[in-house]
Design a protein around this ligand. Sequence first.
Ligand code: AMP
Length: 219
Amino acid sequence: MALDIVMLGPPGAGKGTQARRLADRYGIPAISTGDMLREAVQAGTELGKRVKAIMDRGDLVGDDVIIEIVRERLGREDAARGFVLDGFPRTRAQAETLDAMIDGGPLLVLEVDVPDEELVRRLSSRRICAGCGAIADPAVSGGEAAACARCGGTLVQRSDDREDVVRDRLRVYERATRPLRDYYRARPSFRRIDGARPAEQVFQAIVDAVERMAVAGRE
Ligand code: AMP
């Protein structure tokens, strides 16, 4: 059975980091719509030109655009055994489309929760690698000479991680994405994870939830 996982949660909750670790552990792809859009912006493609201003002000890209990107990505060979989605779905229309795409199959939904003030603190001090997009370890983010631990690239601030844009992104999250909790909450495959803990503990809690749900799914 495919292991289809959605990481739900506000920007800065650690979804990206946890999604990649989870994907490594289960040998399935981590699919981040934000990373895909940032790559398009950097490459200067038609899509990139269309979405840049929207992303810079922290708004959501249109459902049609993002749904097509995800449909194409999930259709690829490496996603046949499962996937970890990070940053999708973000609206009710996206969530309903995803259910249709996986044909009503079980979807594990993990909502990573972190208080707002902690999110603002994390995001406005976050640095990512300009070369490979990796998120820098928070301990080295502030360091003057800090370079990406993975590829040695320069660490930069994401244009939408400035504090004013962060607050807008959190407002967008509350309005458009938080209601997805109600969409998913009644399902036995929904779990809330306390994300205000060290990343290692959060990962353990996530793996526990996945293992339990995978076992329940086989029974
Ligand atoms: P993220 O890296 O997930 O925080 O996404 C960065 C930005 O990409 C968001 O602020 C949106 O502008 C856009 N984006 C990413 N995923 C979606 C989505 N599922 N729906 C709409 N916009 C998205």
